[in-house]
Design a protein around this ligand. Structure first.
Ligand code: AHR
Length: 502
């Protein structure tokens, strides 16, 4: 049996874990909004049409911020279509996902959903087909406090108080040729910069996110970030990063090392941003918004004919409804460890998406809602991994992967929240065959008690949760010991452990 030792230096925190680490993407895509969070005819729907069975799961998931309305959708979206009397809202062709947008759900409904979910709204603006003027108008609608056209429209629509939206994404994946209004780096940089300047003329304190490259694999990655930040270093606060790992294009050992992949990508973005900062002789550090991350069988999606026939523009069709395996949950748990390990720079992260579309929550139209396997590591993390992240120095055996060669068998992060006197140890055993005996020296943090230990240790890595068997994969209690601040336990092969400490 392999051994792993963890030590934590309480004087060397990584950084504060921003509340916005536990975000989601809510996009007008497939059934994420329609028959996902919003279904007026559903038996559990409230007077706003919001499904309360889904709302309960969203609260349990622990969502802190929600990015809206896309994703690719935003790049051909007219936000005004989605406000005002519902019967007067136009129907439009939706180009990103080839469907018909009814606009029955829009900005005000989303704000109500955020209020109920206790999640902060994070708005994306359309820099595909639009620009500065529309950015200022939507900002006036959401946040306007004086007597102006759009603030008055909001009031006329029954929303007297401004929504005070703090975070704004300047477009979405603008280097992707699939994006409506796709741009080269210079064109996007100038548009994002002038839009940012205009928005900050309205409110200096807004937090603005420039689009990073759509993926690590993009030929534009690196140069794109450098160009955007070089031209806009003082204007923007965040650069975005999107990361999806595809289980179908890699061996399972590599999938369980998804956190290694995430580390590599985040470190690359930080290095690029800091190189630009150095060139500008700036003390400012650009923050990272990992505003899309997840496991996604993307190659399978790209290889099928989506029914994008030109005469077929369905309303809320089933799109990208990936069913997650137990192995996928472990990969996601590993990615979460990586995000927390970068808590000093990753200040926002959004799992993409929330319901039905590559999502932790699934629904039936008119029927049940349930938790996918990936729901569990996210909800546990959101509940217990708060406060400050600490570098867990791990001494461990290595395990082989096809994609990354040898990687650490055990990966871990430790968190501690001075305010609540609670903390967490999250650990992943990446080996498919070897258990590991773990000992973690946590006395320096003042740990004296284990509140709860749970593990996802699947008997079948291909197992999935379904409406009929929603708890097939779920965390179960796990035996750990704590003596004089040293926690000991054994992790079975391919398992993700979460210990709440006090
Ligand atoms: O989350 C699905 C899609 O993935 C988003 O719309 C887009 O931003 C990304 O390519």
């Amino acid at each position: 049996m392999a051994n792993a030792r963890i030590s934590v230096d309480p004087d060397r925190p990584i950084g504060g874990i921003d509340r916005r680490m536990y975000g989601v993407l809510v996009e007008h895509l497939g059934r994420c909004v329609y028959t996902g969070i919003f279904e007026p005819d559903h038996p559990t729907a409230d007077e706003h049409g919001l499904r309360q069975d889904v709302m309960e799961l969203v609260r349990e998931l622990g969502v802190t911020i929600a990015r809206y309305p896309g994703g690719n959708f935003v790049s051909n979206y007219r936000w005004e279509d989605g406000v005002g009397p519902v019967q007067e809202r136009p129907r439009r062709l939706e180009l990103a996902w080839h469907s018909t947008e009814t606009n029955a759900f829009g900005l005000d409904e989303f704000m109500e959903w955020c209020r109920q979910a206790e999640a902060e709204p994070m708005m994306a603006i359309n820099l595909g087909t639009r620009g500065e003027e529309d950015a200022i108008n939507i900002l006036d609608y959401t946040n306007g406090e004086v007597d102006t056209e759009y603030a008055n429209k909001r009031r006329a629509n029954g929303h007297e108080e401004p929504y005070d939206v703090r975070m704004w994404c300047l477009g979405n994946e603008m280097d992707g040729p699939w994006q409506v209004g796709h741009k080269n780096a210079e064109d996007y940089a100038y548009l994002a910069g002038s839009t940012a300047r205009a928005m900050k003329m309205v409110d200096q304190s807004l937090e603005l996110v420039a689009c990073g490259s759509a993926a690590w694999e993009m030929p534009t990655f690196g140069d794109w970030e450098r160009t955007i930040l070089d031209l806009n270093y003082d204007e923007v606060d965040f650069i975005s990063m999107h990361r999806y790992v595809d289980p179908d294009v890699q061996d399972r050992a590599s999938l369980l090392a998804a956190g290694y992949d995430m580390d590599r990508f985040i470190d690359g973005v930080i290095a690029t941003a800091d190189a630009v900062g150095a060139k500008h002789r700036s003390d400012k550090k650009i923050k990272i918004s990992v505003d899309e991350w997840n496991v996604w069988r993307l190659a399978a999606w790209n290889s099928i004919e989506h029914g994008f026939a030109t005469d077929d523009w369905p309303e809320a069709p089933e799109r990208i409804e990936d069913v997650y395996t137990a192995a996928d949950a472990l990969a996601l748990g590993g990615m979460l460890i990586s995000l927390l390990r970068h808590a000093d720079r990753v200040k926002t992260a959004c799992i993409a998406q929330l319901v039905n579309v590559i999502a932790p929550i699934m629904t039936e139209k008119g029927g049940r809602a349930w938790r996918q396997t990936t729901f569990h590591p996210f909800s546990i993390g959101s509940r217990i991994a708060r406060g400050t992240a600490y570098d867990a120095v791990v001494s461990t055996a290595r395990t082989s992967t096809e994609r990354y060669g040898e990687v650490d068998q055990l990966d871990a992060v430790v968190t501690w929240d001075e305010g609540t006197g609670k903390g967490s140890l999250l650990a992943l055993n990446r080996s498919l065959t070897e258990p590991v005996d773990l000992s973690a020296a946590l006395a320096g943090l003042g740990v004296s008690r284990v509140v709860e230990a749970q593990i996802i240790a699947p008997d079948d890595l291909d197992a999935v949760n379904t409406a009929d068997d929603p708890d097939r994969v779920r965390p179960v209690p796990h035996e750990v010991s704590l003596a004089e601040g040293v926690l000991t336990t054994t992790l079975p092969p391919a398992s993700w452990l979460a210990v709440e400490l006090a």
